[in-house]
Design a protein around this ligand. Structure first.
Ligand SMILES: NC(=O)C1=CN([C@@H]2O[C@H](COP(=O)(O)OP(=O)(O)OC[C@H]3O[C@@H](n4cnc5c(N)ncnc54)[C@H](O)[C@@H]3O)[C@@H](O)[C@H]2O)C=CC1
Ligand SMILES: O=C(O)[C@H]1O[C@H](OP(=O)(O)OP(=O)(O)OC[C@H]2O[C@@H](n3ccc(=O)[nH]c3=O)[C@H](O)[C@@H]2O)[C@H](O)[C@@H](O)[C@@H]1O
Length: 435
């Protein structure tokens, strides 16, 4: 199948490279020429395990990139994988989606020989219910197109995680096809047929309405974010009682109704999606007149965890004027993404206390340097720890588990672990956030 994907960022590039690997001819369209050049030269524009290899294999071949929207004319369907950031009040900012939809409409309207079948425009980005119907379809139609005849719309939300995006995309727990037209459903089945054939097990397909599909994505993300906030709430109680929250979590995770995943308590959830999606659906619900109490509490609790981490450090050392190591800057291991990382409130809190910060991350340093150009960045965790009077662990990179004698080089070996990753306990003052 010939497929176009508008937006060649984390999702767009991953989906494009995987679809190309499954045998489709894929073109991504992006306004960023550096991204377009990278893809065409076989280089992944983002750090994502497994993606380099796929882009190297297919880039410039079955996977191409372009800045030209007319490329969509040679394809049967176009996915919109554009950013959906937050406005200042937390509500969803649809400017990129609307601009992309309008450009798709203009390109389709300018086609000399209109295709027989209507072009399918699929919302891949995370958007609040009714966005595709009420905000995107009208933008596409604006160019003089008729929905149903010239184009169809659908929602096919994406559930991949950063750091495991390729594996997640190729082996999803489910596929969600939100449509209002059998032709759109059939096209989505064709698109995913090679994936379902190649996947390790059966991949269930949820056929549903467009707004339902949009809401499934928010329900999925906010349920998981709330699950983490709930285990953090429980973890904070555990800490008060001197109980190990990880032993508690392991036990409750054995109950199938609870499940063992997403029970790692600590400094909280960050990233490009949980925070913005939770804020967006809360704002959208409030606009409808409903105030989601549990989701609001989940956000509030998440904001508190970095403060609790720093207050544990305060219990052992007055960091003013002292060197403090921040281990981990990415919002999770396996990625260089620092969007909404918990490292930001941690660094801000340390700066407010007058600490001299020395930060280390295996891959996210350069991204963080843009945000905090004036703090010191070390080349290794050991170098960050050397002469520090305290250390906080923000990201659970595997390499931190192996740290041992490096703690001996600290001026005062106080370690507050926000992710339960440090194994060394002897000879250091060790505080776990929830254990
Ligand atoms: N990052 C992730 O792991 C996941 C993200 N999502 C959702 O997918 C959507 C996209 O997210 P990301 O890929 O992370 O965003 P991103 O910011 O990494 O990528 C978006 C790309 O769109 C390009 N762009 C912006 N305006 C454009 C325009 N008018 N025409 C063409 N290209 C344009 C940008 O240059 C950028 O390369 C969001 O709604 C997000 O919530 C969903 C699941 C996972
Ligand atoms: O919409 C999205 O963008 C994606 O958001 C999340 O994926 P992602 O943010 O990449 O990463 P997660 O593994 O979900 O981690 C999110 C945050 O939760 C934290 N977390 C995760 C699990 C856990 O047990 N405890 C915990 O604190 C992580 O450290 C990280 O900061 C969802 O898991 C994906 O299904 C979804 O597609």
């Amino acid at each position: 199948m010939n497929v176009s994907i508008v937006g060649s960022g984390y999702v767009g590039t991953t989906v494009a490279a995987c679809l190309a690997d499954l045998g489709h001819e894929v073109v991504t369209i992006d306004i960023d020429e550096d991204i377009v050049d990278a893809v065409n030269n076989g280089e992944s524009p983002i750090h994502e395990p497994g993606l380099d290899e796929l882009v190297a294999e297919h880039g410039g071949g079955r996977l191409r990139a372009s800045t030209d929207y007319d490329e969509i004319l040679d394809t049967e369907l176009t996915m919109l994988a554009l950013p959906t950031p937050s406005n200042d009040d937390g509500s969803i900012d649809l400017q990129f989606m609307e601009a992309g939809a309008a450009s798709v409409g203009e390109a389709l309207a300018g086609a000399e020989n209109a295709a027989d079948d209507p072009h399918l425009v699929v919302t891949k980005s995370t958007v609040v219910p009714n966005t595709t119907e009420e905000r995107l379809a009208p933008r596409i139609a604006e160019a003089g197109l008729e929905r149903g005849t010239d184009f169809l719309v659908a929602s096919n939300p994406e559930f991949q995680r950063e750091g495991t995006a390729v594996a997640d995309f190729l082996n999803p727990d489910k596929l969600v096809f939100g449509t209002d037209d059998d032709r759109a459903t059939a096209t989505l089945h064709d698109l995913y047929a090679p994936l379902r054939e190649a996947a390790d097990g059966d991949v269930p397909v949820v056929e549903t309405g467009i707004a339902e599909a949009e809401m499934i994505k928010y329900a999925n993300n906010t349920f998981l974010a709330t699950k983490i906030s709930l285990i953090n709430d429980i973890g904070n109680i555990c800490k008060e009682f001197g109980v190990d929250a990880y032993e508690v979590a392991d036990a409750i995770g054995l109950d199938d109704r609870i499940g063992e995943q997403f029970l790692r308590s600590g400094v909280g959830w960050g990233g490009s999606c949980f925070p913005k999606d939770t804020d967006a659906i809360i704002a959208a619900a409030r606009e409808q007149g409903y105030d989601p109490a549990v989701l609001s509490a989940a956000v509030e609790l998440n904001d508190e965890q970095p403060k609790r981490l720093l207050s544990l450090l305060d219990d052992h050392v007055d960091v003013s004027g002292k060197r403090v190591a921040v281990l981990g800057l990415a919002f999770k291991p396996g990625t260089d993404d620092i969007r909404n990382t918990r490292a930001v409130p941690v660094i801000d809190g340390l700066q407010e206390r007058g600490a001299e910060i020395v930060a280390y991350d295996p891959v996210a340093t350069e991204n963080m340097r843009e945000r905090y150009p004036d703090i010191e960045y070390a080349d290794s965790a050991g170098a960050a720890l050397a002469d520090a009077s305290g250390a906080v662990v923000v990201t659970d990179w595997d390499e931190f588990a192996a740290l041992d004698t490096e703690f001996d080089d600290m001026a005062a070996p106080v370690v507050v672990d926000g992710r339960r990753i440090i194994e060394r306990r002897d000879g250091i003052t060790y505080e776990g956030l929830t254990w």
